[in-house]
Design a binder for this molecule. Structure first.
Ligand code: XBP
Ligand code: MG
Length: 260
């Protein structure tokens, strides 16, 4: 099957948004609500990232760390209120400073688009967050993605395959006609369970996770003057991730699935 589309995760993949973006916004929301004892350090946040989705992550924190809670408020209402504030802080933070796209992302998007390869997003994050990121980092790209599947649009978040299944259905594509880009084990599991071959670009929070089943694992997509490092899989003589390499990795992945 020919490669028809690239499907991108957002957080950690398009941009390094977690440590200096989402985490900071969660803490700002906690402080604003007067929850003085709630603070997610860089290290604690790394552990909390095992749970995808901001609302789910707050609930997990409450259940496992048992921080002091404000009296007389239903837990679901408290979480919803904190998460709304967090989204406000996060989108404001992006609008002010912006978080740059990771190496090679813009170049690959442009190359794919010029070649008529279809583009989509499959993410756990809230839709406003995707818009805020891209509006600042690469505004024209918002119209390049024919599907932006985000947040609560499916009830089961990554590592469940639902967000990828939804994206594939909307695009009318077979999973084997696509290549996914993820940065985490949860994201990889989501894409693989949906049957989509997946390239992983790791970051500081995800570097040591289990990426078995990935078609290729890199430190980043690379640029002509910033070669990537191959952490698993084969990239031949390539030193940055081009559409040619995307086609090659996709073909290898399909071929090895047929063999296994
Ligand atoms: C990203 C996430 C998101 C963000 C927070 O996972 O887990 O929850 O951390 O976003 P992935 P919200 O990259 O695998 O999609 O607070 O908007 O949920
Ligand atoms: Mg991610």
């Amino acid at each position: 099957m020919e490669l028809q589309a690239l499907i991108f995760d957002v957080d950690g993949t398009l941009a390094d948004t977690e440590r200096d973006g989402h985490r900071v916004a969660f803490n700002a929301a906690f402080a604003e609500a007067g929850l003085d004892y709630w603070h997610w350090s860089v290290e604690l946040y790394g552990q909390l990232l095992a749970i995808t989705g901001g609302k789910e992550r707050i609930r997990h924190f409450i259940e496992t760390c048992q921080p002091p809670l404000p009296a007389e408020e239903d837990l679901t209402a408290l979480i919803a209120r904190l998460h709304q504030a967090k989204t406000r802080h996060y989108t404001a933070l992006l609008a002010q400073g912006g978080i740059p796209l990771r190496p090679g992302v813009k170049r690959l998007l442009q190359e794919a688009r010029a070649a008529g390869i279809r583009l989509a997003i499959a993410t756990t994050t809230t839709p406003e967050n995707v818009t805020a990121l891209l509006e600042r980092a690469l505004p024209e790209s918002l119209s390049w993605f024919e599907v932006i599947a985000a947040g609560d649009i499916v009830p089961a978040k990554k590592p469940a395959p639902d967000i990828y299944c939804y994206t594939l259905e909307r695009m009318g594509l077979d999973p084997q006609e696509c290549l996914a880009f993820e940065d985490s084990e949860n994201g990889l599991r989501s894409a693989r369970q949906a049957g989509v071959p997946t390239v992983v670009t790791v970051n500081d929070y995800t570097r040591d996770q289990d990426f078995s089943g990935a078609a290729l694992v890199l430190d980043h997509l690379g640029e002509p003057d910033l070669p990537f490092q191959v952490l698993a899989g084969r990239a031949g003589s390539h030193s940055y991730f081009s559409l040619e390499l995307a086609r090659q990795v996709h073909a290898q992945a399909i071929h090895s699935e047929v063999e296994n």
